[in-house]
Design a protein around this ligand. Structure first.
Ligand SMILES: Nc1ncnc2c1ncn2[C@@H]1O[C@H](COP(=O)(O)OP(=O)(O)OP(=O)(O)O)[C@@H](O)[C@H]1O
Length: 308
């Protein structure tokens, strides 16, 4: 697949000398949803700003649809829709006018049919004549997305689309982004909510301290770092762990009724069979067992720790 965005060795130092991006390279494929996942201050907003032409690049290059954002900013920008972190709406304007006006800013001719489609796809059609101030927080955010889609961009940047919103609104937003996939728009979203990346993205780029630590297909990422935890419910509480089980690095629950065993799914041998045999040899009766996969959160923490 062709890359719609191509970033090469991008560096950004702010005026105070702080190096916010330390040579980022990343290709983003047409039609994918990619999450830039990283803690506060990782450089996510700076990276988006650099690609959108809001932040001057210190060195390196970013191409959008083949246009160099530094050399042909207008042509590159024309292909981009940006939804910034902060809500920025004219609260006294109607939804319809806000979205239509934004399209005009790109010098494009009026296209009411397109605006209608965008508003319908974001479930805002019945609010088109309402003033923005009359809308709920979630609807205001959707108006921001509608504005960003008003000029038929090929890529949409969502900077922290669910920062500060409640669980229901967050789920709403996940659905909106999922639906965008059907329109063929490439979506780049930033988040520090791991579950959000897990929920929405096809690929995840982990960014920390201005560098990309890893870019991988979400499912593969979770598998390749696939640690699982086996929880064993014991027939009787265990006061202490027998010496013979010391090698397993087991953890015992406070009441002694459960043992947890972390293992690596990538290993040819997980050690589970041997553990169960050794437990039986010690006369420890296992009543039930359960295993849970590590979440992207565990993966992320592992990764940041590993690189540190
Ligand atoms: N104008 C600026 N001048 C100096 N330093 C800046 C400027 N803007 C951002 N920074 C610094 O660059 C680093 C990256 O900031 P950035 O906003 O890109 O991070 P982020 O990953 O988007 O964080 P968050 O998740 O909190 O939004 C931070 O340490 C920040 O303090």
């Amino acid at each position: 697949m062709a890359a719609i965005i191509s970033i090469r060795d991008l560096k950004k130092s702010y005026d105070n000398g702080f190096e916010a991006l330390k040579g980022v390279s990343l290709d983003i494929e047409k039609g994918e949803i990619i999450a830039l996942l990283g803690p506060n201050g990782a450089g996510k907003t700076t990276l988006i700003g650099a690609v959108c032409g809001l932040v001057t690049i210190s060195s390196g290059q970013a191409l959008v649809g083949g246009f160099d954002v530094a050399k042909e900013p207008r042509r590159a920008r024309r292909l981009i829709g940006l939804v910034p972190q902060e809500l920025a709406l004219d609260l006294f304007e109607t939804v319809w006018n806000s979205v239509r006006f934004t399209r005009g800013l790109f010098g494009l001719p009026r296209d009411d049919a397109h605006i209608e489609n965008v508003l319908k796809s974001l479930s805002l059609w019945d609010k088109k004549d309402n003033q923005c101030k009359e809308l709920s927080g979630g609807m205001k955010r959707r108006v921001m997305i509608a504005k960003a889609l008003s000029h038929n961009p090929e890529v949409l940047f969502l900077d922290e689309p669910t920062a500060g919103v409640d669980v229901n609104l967050r789920r709403d937003m996940w659905k909106v982004v999922g639906d965008l996939r059907n329109t063929g728009v490439t979506v780049i979203l930033t988040t520090h909510y791991i579950e959000e990346a897990e929920e929405m993205a096809d690929r995840v780029a982990v960014i920390n301290k201005g560098s990309i630590l890893l870019v991988e297909d979400k499912t593969q990422l979770m598998q390749s770092f696939g640690r699982k935890v086996l929880t064993l419910d014991l027939g009787a509480p265990l006061a202490t762990l027998p010496e013979s089980l010391a090698d397993y690095d087991l953890s015992r629950s406070e009441d002694g009724k459960q043992l947890s065993y972390a293992y690596d799914t990538r290993e040819a041998r997980t050690g589970i069979t041997r553990l169960i045999t050794d437990l039986a040899a010690e006369g420890i009766h296992v009543r039930d067992l359960d295993s849970t996969k590590s979440s992207l959160e565990d993966v992320f923490l592992d990764l940041v720790e590993e690189k540190a």
